[in-house]
Design a protein around this ligand. Sequence first.
Ligand code: F6R
Length: 611
Amino acid sequence: MCGIVGYIGSKSALNILLEGLTNLEYRGYDSAGVAVSVNGQVELYKAEGKLQNLKDVVALKKEHVEKSTIGIGHIRWATHGAPTTVNAHPHSCNCGKVAVVHNGIIENYKELRERLEKNGCTFRSQTDTETVAHLVASKFAQTKDLTEAVRLATKEIEGAYALCVIHQDVKDTIVATRRNAPLLVGIGENEYYLASDVPAIIQHTKKAMYIDDNQIVTLTPNSMKYIDANKNILEPKIEHLPWEPVALSKMGYKHFMLKEIHEQPDVVRNVLSGKLRAMDENITLNEVTLNKDKLKELNRIQIVACGTSLHAAMIGKYIIEDFCGIPVDVEPASEFIYRRTITDEKTLVIGVSQSGETADTITAVRQAKALGSHILIVTNRPDSTMAREADSLIPVNAGIEVSVAATKSYMAQVLSFYLLAIYMAEVKGKNNLEKLKHELIILPQKIEEILAHKEEIQACAKKFANSKDFIFIARGINFPTALEGALKLKEISYINATGYTAGELKHGPIAMLDESMPVLSILMLGKVYEKILSNSEEAKARNARMIALTNSTDKKLEDLFESIIRVPEVDEMLSPALAIVPLQLLAYYIAEFLGKDVDQPRNLAKSVTVE
Ligand code: F6R
C-alpha cells in the first residue's frame, strides 16, 4: 500500500526520494509526490499514476529541485478520495508552509475537517491526510515548535498513521511519528533517512531505528531527538537491518514473480535449515518459545490470516489436526474481528502474514491476546508490527518478496506449518513421521525438477490464456492448493478463477461447465485420487476442457485430459508444497502471455494496512 521516504543530510534529496519510492513501488500505489525545501521554500511536486509521471514532472525543474538536501516523498494507494494529483501526498496547509506525508487512515478526519474549516482552513483534496497538515499548521501557529505541533496534533488524531512533516519556518528539520503503521529511521554519516519499509533505504544504510507507537523523532542533518508522547527523552535502539540490496534486483528474470518462484527450492532449504537435520532426529524450533508443557495443555488452535496466507493456514489446519489431534479453526482475520470469538488461555492463536503489517490480522491477534490466548506469529518480516505482538515467533526466512502476488512466502509459510505440526506431534509423543521428514528433506530437488520443465507449463498457459473463466478442483489437503492456484491466476491475469472442493462441483458449479470452461483437477496420488478422478469424468461429460495436475503416470489420463502437467511423486501429506509450483507458473505465464503487469497487478497492494 502507501509508502514513505524521507531524507535530511548534505546530498541531493530528490534522487534519494525517487529511488526510495521506486523501491517501494512493488507495494502497489496509484499516485506519488515529493516535498522538498529549496532556497528556504517548501515545494510540492505530485502526479497521478505511475512514479514515472512524477519523475516527468520534476524533470522540468530538475536543476532547481536537485539543490534540496531535505525532503519527504510518498506513494499513495487511494482510500479517501480518488487517485488524482490533487489527492496525492504531500499535503499542505493554507499558507503552503507545511508538507505532510501519511500512511494509514485518520478515522476522525470528518470531525477534524469540519472544525478546521470553521476556523478558516481551505481544503483542496478529499483526503483524510490533509486534516493533519492543517492541524499541524494551526498547532505550529500557537507553539512555534514543529515537534510540539506534531505532538499536539497527534493527540487529536484517531486512527493509524506514519507521518513525516516539514515546515518552511523550521529550517533543516523533519519531524516523524507513528501509531499502528510502520516507520523507521535510517542512520548515515551526518544524514538521516525515513522509510515506511526497509527497501526504500537499504542501499544507503543498514543502521536503523524502528519508531514505536506514539513516539516522535525530530531529525536535523546532525541530530536525532527522540521522545515519547509525554515529551520524555528516549534512548534510541539502533539495529542492523538484515537485508541485502541485491534482493531488489530481478537477477536476469523478466519479472520478480518469476525470480521468486525460482527461489523456492532455496527457500525450502532455508526454512528447514537448523530445524530438520535428519529424518531420525526430532524437529527443533528454537524460535518457538511456546513451552512444551503449555503445548500439552492446549485444547484448541485458532489461525487467523488473509489471502494467500489464509490458504497456507488451511494447510496448517489439515496437518496439525492429522498429526496432533488438536482441533484447529481457520478464519479470515477480516471476519474474525467482527464477531464474538471464543478464544481463551487454552487456545493457541496463530497469526500468519507475509508482511506482518496486514491490518485485519493485527487486529485479530490483538483481540485474541486481550482474551488471554498465547499468540504465535508466522511471518516473513520479524521486524513487523505483527511480530512485535507475538508471544512466540516463527520467522519464515523467505527473503524479501517484491512481486505483489505471493509465491515464495507462501511456500515458506506452508513449510513452517509442516515443521510446527511435526514439532507439536513429537512433543505429544508421536514418532512415526520419519518418512515425511525424509520427503521434506528431498523436496527442494523435486521443486527443481518442476522448474526444469517449465516450458511444458508455458505451453499449457498459451493454450488456455484466452479463457474467460477457470475452475480449479481438488479434495482434502489440496483444496487450499486449488484456492491458491485460482487466486494467483485471478490476481495477475484478471481471469475469473475459482477453486472448489471436487465433491461440491455437482452441487451447483457444474451448471457453469461447457466447452469454453477449463477445469484444472489437482490429482495427487493418495486417499482422494480416485474420487477426484471420477469428479473429473463428470466435468468432462459436460464438455469442460480438462487439465490435470498430477503425479500419476497412468496412461489412461490422456483420454480424459486435454493437457497434463506432471509433477514428481510425493507423499500425499506433502503434496501441496509441490502442487502449488506449477500453478504459480501457469498463472505467471498466462498473465505474461496476456501482457499484464505481472509484478504490480491493478488495484492490489503488497501489504494491506487498512481494515
Ligand atoms: C496474494 C497476496 C495477498 C496476501 C494478503 C495477506 O498473492 O499476496 O492475498 O496474501 O493480502 O497479506 P499478508 O500475508 O502480508 O498478511
